[in-house]
Design a protein around this ligand. Structure first.
Ligand code: SF4
Ligand code: SF4
Length: 336
């Protein structure tokens, strides 16, 4: 679907940027020269000039604010504003860790029928678009191979954020890494491998400060963008195999209240799944992104309290003309 293709493009581009930003000095901190590089330029706080008595304390303070304080504040303010309005958009659309989560989830689903080894139940074999995915243990080779490849590339890339990339890649190529460099890459690869295999969702939920702060900012805004659910049509779900739950890479339930969707990454896969399931249904999808007064049903619903969903929030969404019409019928068959 169009949204998922766009998301894949952004995720892939950001993943490449994450790996190669140090190579082109787009962003890195060099431990040897002890300053940042940003967009190919040296990024210093200008304190060397102060220590060498070339500038006075006022100029040094001004440098600190201009080169250190303002950029950091700018990034934080932008991040908080985006999260307050749109939730964990960075996670679902850019974050290189979430790309790994989704890739490993997909392969594991093919190997075991589950997106996470910690899931209690197998997912239905039938997908929202009517296709079938049967577990095949041979995919374990891909799961382990991909997790190792991701872990190695992450560990190597992280080292190049601290030491000159030419030196690290040169040493790797010639097998002349120093002891410390080899240990960093070896231990890093091992730890990332364990995390990617067994704790990738746990990290996104509880271990990542960037994710946590995005969620907190999002929760503070009751009118923020959220996956809305048309409760007036819940009977349509009886005919479905919970395609939205099955597809969620964060293993949360998109029809629940906002508090229970604290870690939603706005990936929109649940909406696409529901759109596919209901492709032959003239009333269209039950899930869609909503905000402002339409978001209150999700954000304020709790312990017997609920706001009425304004009628315009879920006006019929027409299914795409070229969509595969097997979705609605085949997921219904699954329930029978
Ligand atoms: S995918 Fe749509 S129809 Fe199916 S359970 Fe989810 S909301 Fe209901
Ligand atoms: S609830 Fe929907 S949008 Fe949120 S993470 Fe799950 S699939 Fe993505």
């Amino acid at each position: 679907m169009k949204t998922q293709r766009l998301r894949l493009l952004l995720q892939g581009s950001f993943f490449i940027l994450f790996l190669f930003a140090p190579v082109f000095d787009l962003f890195r901190f060099d431990l040897n020269v002890k300053h940042f590089y940003f967009l190919g330029m040296n990024w210093t706080l200008g304190l060397d000039d102060f220590l060498a008595h070339r500038i006075g304390p006022v100029q040094a303070a001004f440098n600190l604010i201009l080169r250190g304080g303002l950029p950091i504040l700018g990034v934080i303010a932008t991040g908080v504003w985006v999260s307050y309005k749109f939730g964990r958009l960075y996670c679902g659309w850019l974050c290189p860790h979430f790309s790994v989560v989704e890739t490993i989830n997909g392969m594991l689903r093919r190997a075991t029928g589950k997106q996470s080894i910690w899931d209690k139940h197998l997912l239905p074999e039938r997908n929202a678009d009517g296709s079938i995915t049967r577990p095949n243990p041979w995919y374990w080779f891909l799961v382990v191979g991909l997790a190792l490849a991701f872990a190695f590339s992450w560990a190597t890339a992280l080292l190049t954020y601290m030491l000159p990339p030419a030196e690290i890649y040169g040493n790797l190529w010639n097998a002349t890494l120093t002891g410390n460099q080899a240990r960093f890459i070896g231990v890093g690869t091992f730890l990332f491998f364990i995390e990617f295999m067994f704790a990738r969702h746990l990290f996104c939920r509880f271990g990542c400060a960037i994710g946590l702060f995005q969620s907190l900012a999002w929760m503070a805004n009751r009118k923020a963008l959220v996956i809305g659910f048309n409760r007036k049509r819940t009977e349509a779900c009886v005919e479905c195999n919970a395609a939205c739950d099955n597809v969620c890479p964060m293993r949360i339930k998109p029809r629940s209240i906002k508090r229970h969707m604290f870690t939603c990454t706005q990936c929109n896969q649940c909406v696409d799944a529901c759109t596919q399931v209901n492709v032959g249904n003239p009333q269209g999808t039950l899930l869609k992104w909503v905000d402002n007064e339409c978001a209150l049903d999700k954000s304020t619903r709790d312990f017997g309290h609920h706001d009425e969903i304004p009628p315009h929030c879920f006006q019929t969404v027409q299914p795409p003309m070229n969509a595969d019409k097997r979705g609605f019928q085949s997921v219904q068959q699954d329930r029978r």
